[in-house]
Design a binder for this molecule. Structure first.
Ligand code: GLY
Length: 384
């Protein structure tokens, strides 16, 4: 597929984000109100998305060297220390919080305080491993009662958090982190991926025996459905485990979910919240398109060229649809992506969400050769 449009999109992002970054100094945005970013750091410093703004800033700093991005990235990382000191707010999403902030910072500068933060987060994440069920517990008990009600719950999104463990394993030369991450990935491959290549969102295990109990309808339409962001986390997440470990089955799972995803992309190339949602109300989720595009672009590099074209073309088609029809190029509006949806049954749908902007930028950066690769390790020579 033609890629000439990508460099135009890249230039438009740079022109817009410089202004957005200048006027959003000190914030950790989640969404926009009337086109202006909120500050989620003020209302919930432990919210799972609080690393993405920092990640955007590192990607922009990596591409441009402009100081405003560095300042915003560092400010986000240090505000997240309040989360690191709040045990109840430390869940499996430590990868989403500290890979795009502290690990990115350490990759860029070798900063030892950033390394320390990321290792503390990795230790906590490793501590969530249930050895009898061989899975990482997703959430803490939301009520705060600590009655163990979520002790056996794992979710597909965790595949994106595993790279924090692989990174810590490399950093500390301690294979324990690899073993934990791989055991979780093996469990996820076995219990989350259906025969047809679709991925479940939530699975409950018996936390005492490790026995598989059931799956639960999550942020998609319902039980047995196919939440598109979950499919995207699976494509990208299993591929990242492949990049770190070279374990063939992880690439095979990533491909299986990718093939399923591509077979379900609508003619519009715009992605619904759930591939099995009813015709009405038919909500959209631009974040799923952006995340899936990132995973597909990485997958395309890990398979023989002819087979990779299929994954790259699907990514390009979704990204072009986002750029043409779901991006706000208005430089006075803070968000980039429109029509993002956190969950099918939430009261609000189709608004801006920061991780949509993050992954859209990451995907464009991949295509432009400008990316700081914060989730993985491409240095190993793997068989194609
Ligand atoms: N990780 C939660 C979500 O994707 O909404």
């Amino acid at each position: 597929m033609d890629k000439t449009w990508v460099s135009e999109v890249y230039e438009k992002i740079l022109a817009k984000e410089k202004k957005v970054a200048e006027r959003s100094r000190g914030k950790i945005p989640y969404t926009t109100k009337d086109g202006v970013f909120d500050d989620k750091g003020k209302t919930d410093i432990c919210w799972w998305t609080n690393g993405f703004w920092g990640g955007m800033m590192w990607q922009l700093y990596h591409a441009t060297g402009e100081h405003v991005y560095l300042e915003n990235a560092l400010a986000t990382e240090s505000r997240l220390d309040a989360n690191l000191m709040t045990r109840q707010g430390m869940d499996h999403d430590s990868g989403f919080k500290w890979l795009p902030t502290a690990v990115a910072h350490y990759q860029m500068t070798g900063d030892t305080a950033a390394r320390n933060r990321a290792l503390l987060a990795a230790d906590n994440l490793a501590g969530r491993f249930n050895p009898v069920g061989r899975f990482i517990r997703a959430w803490n008990d939301w009520s705060g009662k600590e009655d163990g009600s979520f002790a056996g719950r794992a979710i597909i999104d965790c595949m994106m958090n595993l790279p924090l463990l692989y990174w810590a394993g490399d950093e500390l030369q301690d294979p324990k982190f690899y073993h934990i991450a791989k055991m979780h990935a093996d469990t996820a491959a076995r219990y989350f991926i259906r025969e047809d290549g679709s991925a479940k969102h939530i699975v409950d295990f018996d936390a005492n025996t490790g026995e598989y109990l059931h799956s639960v309808g999550g942020q998609g339409y319902g039980h047995g459905s196919s939440w598109t962001r979950g499919q995207a986390w699976a494509i990208y997440g299993f591929l990242l485990s492949y990049l770190y470990t070279g374990e063939e089955n992880y690439r095979a799972v990533s491909r299986k979910v990718a093939d399923y995803f591509i077979a379900n992309i609508p003619d519009s190339k715009l992605i619904p919240v759930d591939f099995r949602q009813p015709e009405s109300p038919a909500y959209e989720d631009s974040t799923a398109a952006a995340i899936a595009a990132c995973g597909l672009l990485e997958l395309a590099k890990c398979v023989p060229e002819k087979e990779g074209d299929k994954y790259e073309n699907a990514a390009l088609e979704m990204l072009k649809a986002l750029a043409d029809r779901r991006c706000s190029w208005d430089e006075d509006t803070d968000n980039l992506l429109e029509k993002c949806t956190a969950a099918y049954h939430d009261a609000e749908h189709e608004f801006s969400i920061i991780y949509g902007d993050y992954y859209f930028i990451e995907a464009v950066w991949k295509l432009m050769g400008k990316e700081l690769f914060i989730w993985g390790n491409r240095n190993k020579s793997l068989p194609i």
